[in-house]
Design a protein around this ligand. Structure first.
Ligand code: GRF
Length: 201
C-alpha cells in the first residue's frame, strides 16, 4: 500500500513542494495525504491548495495547551489516513504524546549536520562557528531536540565568499534531495537499532 504522508509546515513549504514533485515525477512511492500548518499565513498552505492537496491551518494560538493543539493535528492526520508524518519547516517542538501517536513514524529535516548545531537558526550557528562543512539531516523525531536517529545527511561546503543567505540556499537544495531519499528509505522499510537506522530485513 502506498505510504500516505502528512506534512507539517510553518512557512514557505519548499521541502513539501520538493516531496510532492518527486511523487508526481514517479520517483517516490508515496502520496501526500494532507498538509497542516500551525500558522494561517504559511505560504506553503496556499501552494498546497493550488496543487490540489487538502491543507489546513491549525493555529497553536487558538488552543489553551500544546496537547490540545497537537490532538487536533493528530485528528486531521488520522482523518486523512496518514501513515508517515513529515515535519518540513514545522517550527514547533512536538510532545511525547504526538510522537506516541506515530511511533517511529515522524521525520524531521534540520539544516545542519546533526548533532552539530541543533535548535533554531542552524545555518547561522554553523556560519558563525566557522564550520567548513555543514549540510542537512533527516532524522526520526524523538523527545530530544533534533536528536533522533538519523536517516540521511548531505554535506555542503562553507565557502570563503559565503554569507548566511548563500549558505542557506545551497543547504536548501540538498534538503530537498535528502527528504525524498529519507522517505524512500522508510517506504522500503527501515528499523531503528539503538541510534542506527538500518534496512528492515
Ligand atoms: C528548512 O531550512 C528546514 O530545514 C528548517 O526550516 C526550513 C523550512 O523551509 N527546519 P521550507 O518551509 O521547507 O521551505
Amino acid at each position: 500500500m502506498t505510504v500516505r504522508l502528512g506534512i507539517l509546515i510553518s512557512g514557505r513549504g519548499s521541502n513539501f513542494v520538493a516531496i510532492a514533485q518527486a511523487i508526481r515525477r514517479g520517483e517516490l512511492a508515496a502520496e501526500v495525504a494532507v498538509v497542516v500548518s500551525n500558522r494561517r499565513d504559511a505560504a506553503g498552505l496556499g501552494v498546497a491548495r493550488q496543487l490540489g492537496y487538502p491543507a489546513y491551518a491549525v493555529d497553536h494560538r487558538d488552543f489553551a495547551t500544546r496537547e490540545e493543539h497537537e490532538s487536533e493535528i493528530v485528528r486531521i492526520l488520522r482523518d486523512h489516513h496518514t501513515g508517515l508524518v513529515c515535519l518540513a519547516g514545522y517550527m514547533r517542538k512536538v510532545t511525547a504524546g504526538f510522537i506516541g501517536a506515530y511511533p517511529e513514524r515522524v521525520l524531521n529535516i534540520h539544516p545542519s549536520l546533526l548533532p552539530s548545531f541543533p535548535g533554531v537558526d542552524a545555518q547561522v550557528q554553523a556560519f558563525e562557528h566557522g564550520a567548513r562543512i555543514s549540510g542537512c539531516t533527516v532524522h526520526f523525531v524523538d523527545a530530544s531536540l533534533d536528536g533522533g536517529p538519523i536517516l540521511v545527511q548531505r554535506c555542503v561546503a562553507v565557502l570563503p565568499e559565503d554569507t548566511v543567505e548563500s549558505l542557506s540556499a545551497r543547504i536548501l537544495v540538498e534538503e530537498h534531495q535528502a527528504y525524498v531519499e529519507a522517505i524512500a528509505m522508510v517506504v522500503k522499510g527501515v528499523k531503528v537499532e539503538g541510534r542506527r537506522v538500518v534496512a528492515a530485513k
